[in-house]
Design a protein around this ligand. Structure first.
Ligand SMILES: NC(=O)c1ccc[n+]([C@@H]2O[C@H](COP(=O)([O-])OP(=O)(O)OC[C@H]3O[C@@H](n4cnc5c(N)ncnc54)[C@H](OP(=O)(O)O)[C@@H]3O)[C@@H](O)[C@H]2O)c1
Length: 276
C-alpha cells in the first residue's frame, strides 16, 4: 500500500469517474490511500462518491464537474490541479458513436475524437512532464479489444481505442527510464451501466465474455508498472490472441462485424453503444 502511494501518490486524477470502470478506479485507488480528483459531467454523482470515499478511507477527494468534449476542459483540469502533486492519471471516459458510418454526422465523430484522443493526449502530455521531472508517476489509458482490429459499426470508436493502446505502449517504452509507468488497458465487454444500457442488459452471446468493472480495474492496477498493456480476463486474452495473431485480418474484421450485428449495433443509430 505504502509503496503504491509513494510511487503514484499523493494525488490521482480519474477522468470519467462517476460510474462503471472509472468509479471502480476511484474506489480501488482510494482503498490504496491516494487522494483523488474525480472528473465527469454529473457533479451531484461525483459529490456523493467523493463524500463516501473521503469518509471511508480518510483521504481528500475533489470532485470536478466538467464536459471533456469541451475544448477548455484540459485548461480547467490544469488550473484545478495546479496546487496538487498528481502522481497518477487515469483517462477512462469515452464516447462511442455506433451505427452506420455514413449515416452518422461528422460532428459526432469529431466529438468522439475530442473525448477519446485529444483530451487524453493533452492530459498525458501535461501530467507526464511533471511526473518525468519528479522521476515517478503513472498513466493509465483505457483502450478496448475493439481497437485490436477494424470493428464495423463502431469503426471510429475502435480506431480511437487503437490510438490509446499504441500511445500507451509507446509512452511505456519512452517514459519508464524517466520513472513513469504507462499502461494501456485493453478491456473486453464489461458490465458497466453504460454497457448494460446500450446492450439492453448485456450480451446474449456466449462468444462475448463479460467482466465486472472491479475485476478489470484490479487487473489493470496489478499490471501497472509491469506491462505496457493488459487485456483483463483470460477469455479476453484468448480472444485477443485469436483476433490479433491467429486469424487472417479479413476474418477478424468480419467476426467483429457479426458480433456488432448480434448485439444490435449495426442497426442502431446515434450516440452511445456497447463499448467492448
Ligand atoms: N464497458 C465496456 O464494455 C468497455 C469495453 C472495453 C473498453 N471500455 C473502455 O472503458 C472505459 C469506460 O467505459 P464505461 O463503459 O465505464 O463507459 P464510458 O461512458 O466510457 O465512461 C463512463 C464515465 O465517463 C464519464 N464521461 C463520459 N463522457 C464524458 C464527458 N464528455 N465528459 C466528462 N466525463 C464523461 C461518465 O460520467 P458522466 O456521464 O457523469 O459524465 C462516466 O463517469 C472507456 O474508455 C471505454 O472505451 C469499456
Amino acid at each position: 500500500m505504502q509503496s503504491f502511494v509513494t510511487r503514484y501518490g499523493p494525488w490521482a486524477l480519474v477522468a470519467g469517474a462517476s460510474e462503471g470502470i472509472g468509479e471502480q478506479f476511484a474506489r480501488q485507488l482510494a482503498a490504496r490511500g491516494l487522494n483523488l480528483v474525480l472528473v465527469a459531467r454529473r457533479g451531484e454523482v461525483l459529490d456523493e462518491l467523493a463524500g463516501e470515499l473521503a469518509a471511508t478511507h480518510a483521504i481528500e477527494v475533489r470532485p470536478l464537474a466538467l464536459d471533456l468534449a469541451d475544448p477548455t476542459a484540459t485548461g480547467q483540469i490544469v488550473s484545478a490541479t495546479a496546487p496538487l502533486e498528481v502522481g497518477l492519471l487515469v483517462y477512462n471516459a469515452s464516447v462511442s458513436v455506433i451505427g452506420s458510418f455514413v449515416e452518422q454526422p461528422l460532428e459526432a465523430y469529431l466529438g468522439e475524437l475530442a473525448v477519446n484522443c485529444t483530451r487524453p493526449l493533452e492530459l498525458s502530455h501535461h501530467f507526464a512532464r511533471a511526473m518525468a521531472g519528479r522521476r515517478r508517476g503513472g498513466i493509465v489509458l483505457m483502450s478496448s479489444l475493439a481497437g485490436t482490429q477494424g470493428s464495423p459499426f463502431i469503426a471510429h470508436y475502435g480506431a480511437t481505442k487503437a490510438w490509446n493502446a499504441v500511445l500507451a505502449e509507446g509512452l511505456w517504452g519512452e517514459l519508464r527510464e524517466r520513472g513513469v509507468d504507462v499502461l494501456g488497458c485493453r478491456a473486453g465487454a464489461t458490465r458497466t451501466p453504460k454497457y448494460l444500457r446500450d446492450s439492453g442488459g448485456g450480451s446474449r452471446s456466449a462468444l462475448v465474455p463479460e467482466m465486472e468493472p472491479a475485476e478489470v480495474v484490479k487487473e489493470a492496477l496489478a499490471a501497472l508498472g509491469r506491462l505496457p498493456s493488459v487485456v483483463p480476463g483470460r477469455a479476453n486474452r484468448l480472444a485477443a490472441t485469436l483476433l490479433q495473431r491467429l486469424l487472417p485480418r479479413r476474418t477478424a474484421v468480419a467476426m467483429m462485424g457479426r458480433a456488432s450485428r448480434s448485439a444490435g449495433i449495426g442497426e442502431k443509430k446515434g450516440r452511445g453503444g456497447p463499448t467492448g
